[in-house]
Design a protein around this ligand. Sequence first.
Ligand SMILES: [Zn+2]
Length: 125
Amino acid sequence: MLEDVPRDPFADDPNDPTAVLGESAPCEPLTLAEREEALTDLADVEVFRSLLEPRGILGLCLDCPECGEQHYFGWDLLRGNLRQMINHGRPQVHEPAFEPDPAHYVSWEYARGYVDGVIDTEESR
Ligand SMILES: [Zn+2]
């Protein structure tokens, strides 16, 4: 029965975030290596978040391969993008956080270095 189909929560939303998944932006399936990398990235993001979010960091600032500029991604968006990629293929989305405060975002390299520093400190205790 049609009534039993859950209503599309974005049906009336002009900014439908799922609209980009239409014909104009088909998802490319990931290779095994890309999938492994995405899974590793997802694990990294979870670790970064657990250590950096309590310090007021809201996400990461990443170089955009499409426009060459830096974009800011909140933790939820990062995680969502990676999960989307792992489950459905390359997302081809281009949706940086809305008007982010750069002071609250760090680069992937910074996060990596920060986490490694914390781990070193704990191991030397
Ligand atoms: Zn871009």
